[in-house]
Design a binder for this molecule. Sequence first.
Ligand SMILES: [Fe+2]
Ligand SMILES: [Fe+2]
Length: 317
Amino acid sequence: MFARSNKYNLFERSKVSISEIDKELKVELAVLGGLDIFTNAHVLGVANNTSKICEAMGLNHDLSKQCILGAYMHDVGKIKIPSDILQKTGALTDEEFEIMKMHTVYGYEICMRYDQFRYLAPIARYHHENLDGSGYPDGLTDKQIPEEAKLIKIADIWDALTQRRQYKEGYKASKAAEIILSDVKKGKTGSKYLYFLLLCIIDEYSVKNKGNEKELREAKEHLMDLKDLDKIYKKIYDRGYSDSLAKKLKRYELPAGYDLSANTNLLSKTNQKIETLTKVIKETHEEIAILKKRCREAKRLIKFKEEWNVRLFGRRV
Ligand SMILES: [Fe+2]
Ligand SMILES: [Fe+2]
């Protein structure tokens, strides 16, 4: 059974160490000659997103680990796709796309060949299936698609939409959520795993913004000192040194050679920093507000109560 706490608190839960899995799986994958997959930023991104979903769901360590291993293996079939298709930056032709789709079947076959990967085979095969039967390779529908494949699918799409690659900019999280929600409304994707992922991302953004707010407060305090120093230096330039001005300067324990121009320089840098931080904090607050809306929408769109009580790797959540 899954261990589930009453209150969701991401940062108190013990995390599955990605590096622990990384090492373990690298040894195992050496058998397959598929080590290149680990240099793939996409696979790492999907593993990372999967770990967020598992944490937000409160899955226990073993189950989280299985899902993250599944994320690492989801595209393992790409080992057998010709590199000119795999690395093509433009749109694939219909024929190329048909070949690309086969990575799901190849991944399934690879996993099935090894005892230690067999339970991950459904993820490799079904992570491009849609609830309405419009996905590939088998055109499965809702109930036929294993939950773990649905989970990895969200982690997979999220990475594809948000990450910056050599050939494309990533979407903002709010835009990515909007795109996935439109698929949910079309009946292609469920929204449960998106909901959990959004919970986690909102938490991350909030923590990041708290850090930025702290930095802003410090920068503002620093600015006050710099402005005070500016006044002192200007008085010195106007009226020359006096005992009281020298005493005021001494309070600041300035490094040797520090003078008006060094202070002016720092003043302008600190002003810039305050400006940038203020902008980032404002934008992040706005982004969090939109993400919260999308998160509520994702929660509303979870179809059935039963969706909360589903099977993952043959066990009940
Ligand atoms: Fe894939
Ligand atoms: Fe993928």
